[in-house]
Write a protein that binds this ligand. Structure first.
Ligand code: BGC
Length: 379
């Protein structure tokens, strides 16, 4: 009886997790991803598009787990960092692949003033609040609905963040939709509403290593950021409030430039950040989606183009990875072996009235669209 039950169970699971997936057809599969501390089960959604690109997502943190794309010879590899099961994400400290909220990046001093009232947030980064605080949108289970759409397989995640969660005012209803487009773009659209005035800044925190080899640093990859300016920071990585030109600094990525070319230069900003960990002020901010960044790995030929409607992008070179995070397949993730390109409002906007506003009021809808699109260059 037991073995019959087991047989039935594995049969059912194999239908959902490993059903035949010939190239040329979109597909979505759902499988268990492990138990959470409260006894609930997290799930893994595997999306495959007609050309064979595969993206795995989990409802824990509305997170990207894997992004599997071809190199110039057609060999597929996973270019995103993550863990083998939900417990990795529960214990993880690096926000691999996560949806970050309520406020991506830092709020200086862990407080902000809105409509004359001061709100205090948990400090989880020295004197600051980082990526939403101690709970954060990355450490909660989202509701998920998978769908085949005309544009490709898609998963919609929703989460209702209660009034006062992590110190932020208002009940926030957030939706994040991932769609794996047939042109190898992973489109992420965000929507959120609130029932009290609040601040909000969502982003995706995927760590990319385009070589597909998580043991290799990203210093040999080339980067382009369509930004004439960036927001310099103080020693606590809080923007000073100035908008500074990138010209004649190691922050100038207006043309494809090797990430490692200037990372070791004697520069105050690079010293504070221990590498790159800054917000670039993207050119052409009108609220419309435009190309903001490009990463190219000369060895594999893989290219990542980033499109977004956001005013800023945080480029971070994994400076705080130190080998203690153990990821997929038992790999130790080391210093500078991945990069993030987090489309967002500027850090600490709630305390910087001169920056684009992060205030969300009842009746308004927060919106964002960002696309991570993959292709190859022949040589
Ligand atoms: C921040 C880094 C931080 C990393 C992981 C990035 O968005 O800019 O300073 O270490 O996230 O939390």
């Amino acid at each position: 009886m037991k073995s019959l039950l087991f047989g039935l169970l594995t049969f059912t699971l194999s239908i959902v997790t490993t059903s035949a997936n010939p190239k040329g057809k979109d597909e979505i599969a759902k499988s268990p991803f492990g138990k959470l501390p409260d006894g609930k089960t997290a799930h893994l959604y595997t999306l495959k598009n007609a050309s064979g690109m595969t993206v795995k997502l989990t409802d824990y943190g509305a997170t990207t787990v894997s992004i599997i794309v071809p190199d110039r010879d057609g060999h597929y590899a996973d270019v995103a960092f993550g863990y083998d099961s939900a417990s990795g994400y529960v214990n993880g400290k690096s926000y691999f692949g996560a949806t970050v909220g309520r406020y991506a990046n830092r709020i200086g001093g862990g407080e902000f003033r809105l409509d004359g009232r001061v709100y205090h947030l948990p400090l989880n980064d020295g004197p600051n609040t980082l990526h939403g605080g101690t709970i954060g949108f990355n450490k909660v289970l989202w509701k998920a609905t998978a769908a085949e759409t005309a544009e490709g397989p898609s998963v919609t995640f929703t989460y209702v963040s209660p009034d006062g969660e992590d110190g932020f005012p208002g009940t926030v209803k957030a939706t994040v939709v991932y769609t794996l487009l047939n042109d190898n773009g992973l489109r992420i659209t965000y929507r959120a509403t609130t029932d009290k005035p609040t601040v909000l800044n969502l982003t995706n925190h995927t760590y990319f290593n385009l070589s597909g080899n998580p043991g290799k640093t990203i210093l040999g990859e080339d980067l382009m950021l369509d930004a004439d300016n960036y927001t310099p920071v103080d020693k606590n990585l809080i923007p000073t409030g100035k908008i500074a030109p990138v010209v004649n600094t190691p922050m100038d990525f207006r043309r494809l430039t090797k990430i490692g070319a200037r990372i070791g230069e004697d520069n105050g900003q690079l010293r504070y950040c221990r590498g790159y960990d800054l917000n670039w002020v993207l050119n052409g901010f009108t609220g419309k989606v435009r190309k903001a960044a490009e990463v190219y790995d000369p060895e594999s030929g893989r290219v990542l183009d980033v499109y977004t409607d956001q005013p800023g992008i945080q480029f971070y070179t994994g400076n705080f990875l130190d080998g203690t995070e153990i990821g997929k397949g038992g790999v130790h993730y080391n210093h500078r072996t991945a990069l993030t390109l987090e489309a967002q409002l500027y850090p600490d906007s709630p305390n910087k009235p001169q920056f684009p506003s992060s205030v969300l009021r009842p009746g308004q809808t927060y919106r964002q669209e960002t696309i991570y699109k993959f292709r190859v260059k022949k040589n």
